[in-house]
Design a protein around this ligand. Structure first.
Ligand code: ASP
Ligand code: MG
Length: 436
């Protein structure tokens, strides 16, 4: 059984929603995961913010504006009045709930209820549309099987145990529809898998039911070998390993939620990235295998801050790095890149919300230097240790660019460079022309 996930733009208009059936084969048993209609989750975030600041007139305005969008949406989506009326009731219910929250005390629980409405709306509206055109389908409530534990880690076994009976209950059903992104947490409250989490939902379902394949449908034909917004002539990469895909998803390529690679890797479920706008295009296939001897792709991650801690006490001392890392751990700030010398260590972070406190504590160890506005350039490919020349090719390509850090050898498939953000475009272009 395959799992197909469609992102916000793939369901972004009534027209696009109708076209999904060009891709979904209604005669094959499969689970379709939908995101919220594009723009919806952003609006819901704003509504939550307005509630947080007790700005009731703002929240009411935002809710009304979003509701207007949906009123128009359903006018175009349905042609039969019976189904239009059903959809209208659905919309009235969900927007009624959003409005009603103004009477409650606003806590993170209410905020997550707000965020969940987008996927609940898109899937229900699509389900009603399928009824209108006579395609039978079953709507599976993700809140009945998708769950995270107290560390916010998805519980794959729980998902298997709770999803399987729902599927068995409908032996003749071909098409199951469910919500991406939303889940329950350890307390049973409505929660979510964080922004962009519908990919993660698809991969978790794929893992939970040991699916033959997970397909992520977006509006670009797979992962490209460089950022198409910056570099001309980028090409889709036809094959990637899970590890390569994870590095790329994390370091820039916005097309896949980085965490979604892990459940698929653990249960060896192939993941295919495909383009709704060009369904015939080959896309990118992610599996345990990868093509050897190749540099696959270049990705960039902006808004990186580098922190250098220099200390003579580091010389010949053990436990120094542990103490440095403990500071970051205390402030729940994760480190992306790290390089060390005998007397200094440099790390990068992208979350600078605790930077002031972190710097203050690190100053207890030595001199601390902070450099903002940097970009990590991540080159992904087969960098196995017995290969020669690959690292040299990368460095040769950037010989005219000041490089702040280089990280190589952490894994067999990544070489990362830290450059000033102002040098990013030139770095990406130069690497592209020299490596591909
Ligand atoms: N709707 C959610 C978001 O915009 C989840 C997703 O689209 O994957 O983040
Ligand atoms: Mg997405």
């Amino acid at each position: 059984m395959k799992v197909l996930k469609f992102g916000g733009t793939s369901v972004g208009s009534p027209e696009r929603m109708k076209k999904l059936l060009n891709i979904i084969d209604a005669n094959q048993r499969q689970i379709v995961v939908l995101s919220a209609v594009s723009g919806t989750t952003n609006s819901l975030v704003e509504i939550g913010q307005a509630y947080l600041y007790s700005d009731k007139s703002k929240s009411a305005d935002l809710i009304a504006a979003l509701k207007d969008k949906y009123e128009l949406f359903i006018k175009e989506l349905y042609s039969n009045n019976t189904y239009y009326k059903q959809a209208k009731e659905v919309i009235d219910y969900h927007f009624g709930l959003l409005n009603q929250l103004s009477n409650d005390l606003f806590t993170p629980i209410e905020d997550k209820i707000i965020l969940a409405q987008g996927e609940l709306l898109s899937t229900t509206l699509y389900h009603i549309y399928l009824k209108e055109i006579g395609v039978s389908s079953v709507l599976l409530p993700a809140l009945d099987f998708m769950k995270v534990d107290e560390d916010h880690e998805p519980m794959v076994d729980y998902i298997t145990e709770n999803l399987t009976p729902l599927l068995i209950k409908h032996p003749d059903t071909k098409l199951f529809i469910t919500q991406g992104y939303i889940c329950r947490n350890a307390f049973g409250e409505i929660d979510n898998l964080r922004r962009g989490g519908s990919d993660y939902t698809a991969s978790l379902i794929g893992a939970a039911i040991r699916s033959e394949e997970v397909q992520i449908w977006t509006d670009i034909d797979g992962m490209h070998n460089n950022d198409p917004r910056v570099v001309k002539g980028t090409k889709p990469i036809s094959r990637l390993s899970f590890d390569e895909a994870a590095e790329l998803a994390y370091f820039g390529a916005k097309i896949l939620h980085p965490q979604s690679v892990f459940p698929a890797r653990k249960y060896k479920i192939p993941v295919r990235l495909l383009n709704t706008m060009d369904p015939q295009a080959e896309g990118t296939l992610i599996t345990t295998e990868s093509e050897k001897d190749q540099i696959k792709s270049i990705a960039a991650k902006d808004d990186i801050t580098a922190i250098k801690i220099q200390s003579s006490r580091m010389l010949l001392a053990y436990g120094f790095l542990r103490r440095v890392f403990e500071v970051f751990e205390r402030y729940k700030t994760s480190i992306d890149m790290i390089t060390t010398s005998e007397v200094a260590v440099s790390v990068t972070v992208d979350d600078t919300s605790k930077l002031g406190d972190i710097t203050k504590e690190l100053q207890g160890f030595g001199t601390v230097e902070v450099d903002v506005n940097h970009t990590i350039i991540c080159v992904v490919g087969d960098f196995a240790a017995d290969k020669h020349g690959y690292a040299a090719r990368v460095l040769e390509a950037v010989k005219h660019i000041p490089v702040r850090m280089i990280s190589y050898g952490g894994s067999d498939h990544n070489l990362s460079l830290l450059v000033k953000t102002e040098d990013k475009v030139e770095t990406l272009r130069s690497l592209h022309s020299r490596l591909f």
